[in-house]
Every structure is written in C-alpha cells, then in structure tokens.
Design a protein around this ligand. Structure first.
Ligand code: PLP
Length: 458
C-alpha cells in the first residue's frame, strides 16, 4: 500500500488500542514501518528515537537479525503445537531457563501469550491453590491505586485506574486497592507531613496489612504489585517496603505476586526485578521483554510450594491458552535471552543507569518538572503547575497540555515516548537497553525544548 492508502485504511479499518479514533478522522495515523537499533522510522522515512522500547518491550533494540532468524527456523521445524497435555522442546527449554533465572523455588512456568493473561492466570491459580489446601474462602486480591495490570476482566479488576474500568463494571468482585508508593506525594497520601522515605515505605506496606485485616485474612488470596509501578509515573519501592510486604504476606498466608510485565528482562538491570529489591515473591508474572517483542509470549512463574497441590493425584489447573508458549515465541525468547547473556545487557543497564538518572535530573531546573523518578532504564517525569506547592493540572489543562500538545510535539521533535495522565501528568521513558549517553542526551535535549515550549502555552 502507498503511504496515502495506509493513512486512509488505518482510519477506516484499524481500530487502535486505547485510542481516540476521532482524532484520526482528519489527521494521518503515525505509521511506523521500520526499526533499527534504538531508532524507528515512519512511512515518510522520518526517524525517531524509540524512548519507550515500543511499549516497554524492545529490550535488545530493533532490527536484530538473529531473533528474526530464530523465528524463521522454528516456524519451519514446528510452527505450532499446544501445551495442552503435550510439550515441545522450545517451551521446555524456556521454562527451564526462566526457572533458573527466577529466585527461590519459583520453578514452575505456566505460559500465556501476554501480560494480562499472566495476571489473570495468577489470580485464578491463587484461588484454586487455596481451595486445594483447604482454605476455600481465600479468593480476594489486593493491589495499588492507579496501577495497571491488564485488560481481561480479572486483571482489569486488579488494575487501579478508574477510567480504564468504569465502562466495564461490574467487574470481578473481591479486588481491593491500597495506596501506591508515590513518595513525591507522600504528604497527601498519608496525611502526615515530612515522613522519611523509609517510614513511608513501612506505612505503605502496612496499608496492605490493614486491608487484609479489614477484609478478613481468611478471605484474602494474593497481593499484586509491580517492583516499580508504571502507571502514575514510575514509583520505585521505598526502602523496607518489600521486606515488610513479604513479612505481612507470610503472616496472613497471602501470596505475593510480583507483576514484572514491564520490570523483568533487564528493564531495571536484572532478569527479574524482585532480585534488584531483594525479595522473593510466590509468583512472578512477566511478558513484554522476554522476546524483545520479536514474537508474543507471557508467563506466570510459580513457586514449588504453591504448585505442589496441583501436582497431586487427579488435581489439575483447568486453564490454558491455545497460543500460550507458542513454539516460535519460545524459540525467539531463548535466542533473546542468549543475546542478553552474550552482550551483557543487564550489566550495561546497571553500568549506565546512574548516567541516565543524572542526565534526566538536569530537567529539574525547568519550572514544569516537579519530579524525576524511576530505576534502571525506566523513568517518569512528573509535570506540575507549581513546583513549590506541587499543584497539578486540572482536567482541562491536562487535556490541553498532554493530549493537545505534548504527545504530538515530542513525536514531531523526534522522540517517541509517552505522555500519560492516568495518575498525575507524567512523561514516561523506557528506551531499548542498548542505549547510552548519546541517547540520554538526545532525550534530555528534546524534552527540555518541548517542555519549555509547553510551559509558555499554559
Ligand atoms: C504491570 C503490567 N501488567 C500487565 C500488563 C498487561 O500486559 P499485556 O498488555 O501484555 O496484556 C501490563 C501492560 O502494560 C503491565 O504493565
């Protein structure tokens, strides 16, 4: 198709995700045709820095021939076979490899096709686990305000973004929310001014305990948390948060689910992000970066302890997906993880994360930048109307600033990233893990010029 026909057909036939389609009635849909390294190219040949690794996915960068070849080779050998009572070598090897990377006794891997399915799987698995061990009332889940955990009904119930949920109510009952770990807004969240980061971490973890006690420990099955919460703008865990959360989960026999759909596979410089913060969950959910996006796959990785009753007698987990653990995706994931090892991608992130942070920190001299936060190659920049009071934008301003100006202006200036207002307005960055100082500088300079212009338009 020519560029003109692509533009027309995109509006006529392609229903894009989480997208106001009316915005494209009279404007062309940005159409990306090619990628190489950390850069993507649109249908007019213009180049952009991929500041979001697609959607927190393309860890190894674009245009990796060896990953394409792994897919080609596997499709020729065995394009498809399900994991429904049969296995294929690629899923076995990948499960073995993931179990090896996962901490503690997280040794059982249930494959899905993406992150939302991995979260859905984890909740169902937790419910069944407690039925099998004689605690059938345990079915509720706790997660954090503004957190995103996917769109299937169960995962959406765990999601804490009211606007993503409102049209789909009633959702799955029993999903309760607690405060997130946004230290920048700790005063508002706790009602106590000037809490130290450590005290705030303990306070946040204790909110989970309060919720367990309010709902009744005999009814609560699991807590779902991201190592660094994406939605709302990259909230890292305050010191002590995960140690206390682990303690609480152990005390009340509640499963700790580490939703690492974004944070796993090097985003923070480790294969699994729980390792970076020193906790061992009962379940890890992951997807996105496992193949660097060269083919879709997700996984729910479960401890031997939780899997044990499913492996007894006639018990089984009545759950699955036709394409879960697809041979082509499994082969690509294995090739991608091999590439991670060979190129030392995790170490590259650990070696450069300090430079990424200090480069972005320079933006704090702008009047519109309230906070710069994150970890590894995963950052959020919170925008405010008044730095002294941390006053945020009202709905109208947010609409004008983020949707009306910023997203497009950043893209026009050659930076693909995300301007998000699911919590307070933030710009989010998660570049491919191969980038270094030259790209950090490019990101900083583009943001500086576009955010300076945004301030004058307020
Ligand atoms: C933490 C988290 N969980 C789950 C999901 C859902 O993953 P998917 O879009 O692959 O269904 C996402 C997607 O961004 C996510 O960030």
């Amino acid at each position: 198709m020519s560029t003109d026909s692509l533009d027309k057909s995109a509006y006529d036939h392609l229903w894009m995700h989480f997208t106001r389609m009316s915005g494209y009635r009279d404007n062309p849909v940005p159409t990306i045709v090619r990628g190489q390294g950390a850069r993507i190219y649109d249908s007019n040949g213009k180049s952009y820095l991929d500041g979001l690794a697609g959607l927190f996915v393309v860890q190894a960068g674009h245009g990796r021939v060896e990953l394409a070849e792994a897919a080609y080779k596997q499709a020729q050998e065995l394009a498809f076979f399900p994991l429904w009572s049969y296995a294929h070598p690629q899923a076995i090897e990948l499960a073995d490899r993931l179990a090896h990377y996962a901490p503690g006794d997280l040794n059982k891997v249930f494959f899905t096709t993406g992150g939302g399915e991995a979260v859905e799987t984890a909740w169902k698995l937790a419910k069944q686990y407690f039925k099998l061990v004689g605690k059938p009332m345990k079915h509720k889940v706790i997660s954090r305000n503004i957190a995103y955990h996917g769109t299937p009904h169960g995962a959406l119930s765990i999601t804490g973004i009211p606007d993503a949920k409102k049209y789909f109510e009633p959702l799955v009952p029993g999903a309760h929310k607690v405060p997130n770990t946004n230290y920048y807004r700790a005063d508002e969240i706790t009602g106590v001014p000037g809490m130290s980061e450590k005290d705030f971490g303990i306070w946040c973890a204790n909110q989970v305990e309060n919720m367990i006690l309010t709902e009744g420990p005999e009814t609560v099955a699991a807590v779902f948390v991201e190592p660094v919460q994406n939605s709302g703008g990259c909230f890292p865990p305050p010191p002590g948060y995960f140690a206390r959360l682990r303690e609480i989960c152990d005390e009340y026999d509640v499963l700790l689910v580490s939703d690492e759909v974004i944070c796993a596979f090097g985003r923070l410089g480790t294969m699994f992000a729980c390792d970076k913060f020193g906790y061992v969950p009962d379940i890890i959910t992951c997807a996105k970066g496992m193949t660097s996006g060269y083919s879709p796959i997700g996984a729910t990785i479960v401890s031997d302890r939780i899997a044990a009753p499913f492996y007894e007698g006639t018990n089984y987990f009545p759950h699955g997906y036709t394409f879960g653990g697809h041979p082509v995706s499994s082969a690509v994931a294995l090739a991608n993880l091999e590439l991670f090892e060979r190129e030392g991608l995790n170490q590259h992130v650990l070696d450069n994360e300090g430079a990424f942070r200090s480069t972005l920190d320079k933006l704090k001299d702008l009047p519109i930048v309230g906070d710069v936060r994150g970890d590894g190659y995963f950052y959020g920049i919170e925008l405010v109307k008044d730095k002294a009071t941390k006053e945020t934008f009202n709905d109208d301003e947010s609409e004008r600033l983020l949707r009306g100006f910023l997203s497009k202006a950043l893209f026009d200036a050659g930076l693909y990233c995300r301007a998000d207002d699911r919590g307070d307005p933030v710009v989010q960055l998660a570049p491919p893990l191969i980038v270094g100082q030259a790209e950090f500088d490019e990101i900083e300079q583009t943001l500086r010029s576009v955010l300076t212009e945004a301030w004058t338009r307020l």
